[in-house]
Design a protein around this ligand. Structure first.
Ligand SMILES: [Mg+2]
Length: 265
């Protein structure tokens, strides 16, 4: 049973281990959910706490579905690492990194784009995410016709056969046939940053993958705790998948302040 986190003292065994990493989702965890996602912001008070934690030696990493550019603008804390686009785009120490096995798909995705050429369908846009291409058709007049045109164009590309297709909400993605999710991103960042302990926070269905990642780190001998941020919208699996839960973004700010007090120095 997932317990509410009400006492920082339960995290004491983690705080003794260094380097300690705080790995967090952004939207709904650090930034309150607002009607237009473009308006979402991490409060200045939260950013101040994150900066102070960094000054105490905590390594920060943000794992998000946002693009790298947007994530860095929302949570631009000096020295923080990022895994954007659910782990496709990694940013560590001021440089882009590509997780193992993924790099070869970046030039291949460019080949797919070349083979497809101009997709002359009104309302269709292509988002280049490096190893992944996303074809959006939400703005098309006929969504069904646009979807068919996109699928036909992808099927005509020889190089696209090395990828797999994944359909989402008004989007068709051409993805490498590899497992990449927030959990694999967490594992990559924990290894890359040489972390001995991880505190992980998230609020949404894709964050369940991060919580799985924390269990895998524990199995590998690291110290780790996963914390779900509760909200009225959260699917029940989110809370069930974590070790602890906190009441909303306000609960997260309480935790950050508590960590700051509990850490030496
Ligand atoms: Mg979220």
């Amino acid at each position: 049973m997932t317990r509410e986190l009400t006492d920082i003292a339960v995290l004491a065994p983690l705080l003794e281990r260094r380097p300690l990493g705080l790995i967090s989702d952004i939207d709904g965890t650090l930034a309150p959910i607002v009607p237009d996602p473009e308006d979402a912001r991490v409060a200045e008070s939260t950013l101040v706490l994150l900066r102070q934690l960094t000054e105490k030696g905590v390594r920060l990493a943000f794992i998000t579905g946002r693009t790298l550019e947007k994530a860095r603008s929302m949570a631009g804390v000096e020295g923080a690492a990022f895994a954007a686009n659910h782990g496709l785009n990694i940013w560590v120490d001021g440089a882009l990194e590509t997780p193992d096995g993924l790099g070869e798909y970046v030039p291949r995705a460019q080949d797919v784009l070349r083979e497809i050429g101009t997709l002359d369908v009104a309302g269709v846009s292509v988002e280049d995410k490096g190893p992944v291409l996303a074809f959006h058709y939400r703005k098309a007049l006929s969504e069904a016709a646009a979807r068919q045109a996109i699928l036909a164009a992808i099927q005509a590309s020889q190089t696209a056969r090395a990828f797999r297709l994944q359909e989402g909400r008004k989007v068709i993605e051409v993805r490498p046939p590899l497992l990449i999710d927030k959990g694999t991103a967490l594992a990559y960042l924990a290894r890359r940053l040489g972390l001995a302990a991880v505190i992980c926070m998230g609020d949404d269905a894709t964050d369940i993958d991060m919580f799985r990642g924390v269990r895998e780190l524990r199995a590998a001998g690291l110290a780790g705790v996963s914390i779900a941020v509760a909200s009225a919208e959260a699917s029940p699996g989110v809370l069930a998948g974590a070790d602890y839960w906190l009441p909303g973004v306000a609960g997260v700010e309480w935790l950050l302040g508590g960590l700051l007090k509990a850490l030496p120095g």
